[in-house]
Design a protein around this ligand. Structure first.
Ligand SMILES: [Zn+2]
Ligand SMILES: [Zn+2]
Length: 372
């Protein structure tokens, strides 16, 4: 499902306009429509995938979700509760102009729109997970009229023009064309007195605060879906979903590589030479690390399972410690003399200047070169 390329199914470019998509869909759907290919299983399968593709690409909101990738499964529930047509509302909208025999009429369920929000988390919040509250205003079904838009939900009569079917059929050459009934706007019913609470819309705007726990280990670019927390559907259709795009702020010294938590540990050149017991910062309490004598700059130490959780795989990465060695930038006269002695003893001082302590080009750059 997730790997289907709806664009190639409809034979359009990824940057095609909604109009081009609709045109191409109509052309293909007419070609493969079961009425024109009776008993042809391949055409029927083709017809189904064309409709599936158009159900997504024909809706700019679903299309942008599809383009962003990874959430195609979120489109599947739209067909639940659809009466009459297995292909959803877009199908009906386009096909009502071309084909007869659909048999659907009257108000049909429509899924509510999705809502998209951005949330920025600190590095620690993303790593450890946290509860977030999102304030939003969304359409909800009007309760006094049960979403009908009619006073008390009862001030409705069946449309006499279309006798409640919502459409009118006209024979036009090859096709039986069916058009939405203009008397009732295709709803099959006429409201005789509108609900004052929602002014007949059937939905009211409501402020809500949605609280959810974002799982530990989310990273930037992750989109979290909360089912059913979008706008209310119409005529008993399901609510849309709430999508949350996560951005994670960078940390001053931690970074993320895959599921590994990476930290640079700076040690002095003396700690590198003699070894030492040091502490490594983590997102919890620090961990002790024993440095061996002769620890090399750039060496890496790993703490298994002390990294970041992966909410998808439920695995936990490692804490990766990269050792860097700090070279002093200023030496006292005494320190310099000691290091020059070291250089002489180790036979390593041949290139450094002897007397001039000004430019630091001698022993100091030697020490530096050892560590770089
Ligand atoms: Zn009507
Ligand atoms: Zn109402």
């Amino acid at each position: 499902m997730a790997s289907k390329d709806y664009y190639s199914i409809l034979g359009v470019a990824r940057n095609a306009s909604q109009d081009e998509i609709k045109k191409s869909y109509r052309k293909l759907a007419m070609k493969y429509h079961p009425d024109r290919n009776p008993g042809d299983k391949a055409a029927e399968a083709q017809f189904k995938s064309i409709n599936e593709a158009y159900e997504v690409l024909g809706d700019p909101q679903k299309r942008s979700l599809f383009d962003s990738g990874g959430f195609t499964e979120g489109f599947e529930h739209g067909s639940a509760g659809q009466a009459g047509s297995p292909f959803g509302d877009l199908f009906a909208d386009v096909f009502s102009e071309f084909f007869g025999g659909g048999g659907r009429g009257g108000p049909h369920p429509q899924q509510g729109e999705h809502i998209l929000r951005q949330v920025e988390l600190s590095f620690e919040e993303a790593a450890l997970g946290r509860e977030i509250s999102i304030k939003l205003s969304r359409w909800e079904s009007c309760s006094p009229c049960s979403g009908t838009g009619a006073k008390n939900g009862k001030a409705v009569r069946v449309c006499s023009t279309c006798r409640g079917t919502g459409y009118i059929r006209i024979q036009q050459g090859f096709f039986a064309v069916q058009r939405a009934c203009s008397a009732c706007g295709g709803e099959g019913r006429v409201v005789t007195e509108t609900c004052t609470n929602c002014s007949g819309r059937g939905r009211v705007s409501v402020e809500r605060t949605i609280t959810r726990t974002i799982p530990a280990g989310v990273s930037s670019g992750v989109r979290v879906r909360i089912n059913g927390e979008g706008h209310a559907g119409a005529y008993g259709g399901p609510s849309g979903d709430l999508y949350i795009d996560i951005t994670v702020k960078p940390h001053p010294f931690f970074s993320r590589e895959g599921d590994d938590l990476v930290v640079e540990k700076k040690i002095s050149f003396l700690q590198a030479i003699f070894g030492d017991d040091v502490e490594i910062p983590t997102l919890g309490s620090p961990l002790p690390l024993k440095l061996d004598a002769g620890t090399q700059p750039g060496s890496v130490r790993r703490f298994r399972g002390k990294g970041l959780a992966n909410p998808q795989t439920r695995q936990v990465g490692d804490l990766v410690v990269r050792i860097s060695v700090e070279i002093p930038t200023k030496l006292t006269r005494e320190q310099r003399e000691i290091l020059e002695k070291y250089a002489a003893v180790s036979g390593d001082g041949g290139t450094h200047g002897t007397g001039s302590s000004q430019d630091g080009g001698g022993i100091f750059s030697k020490v530096k070169s050892i560590f770089e």
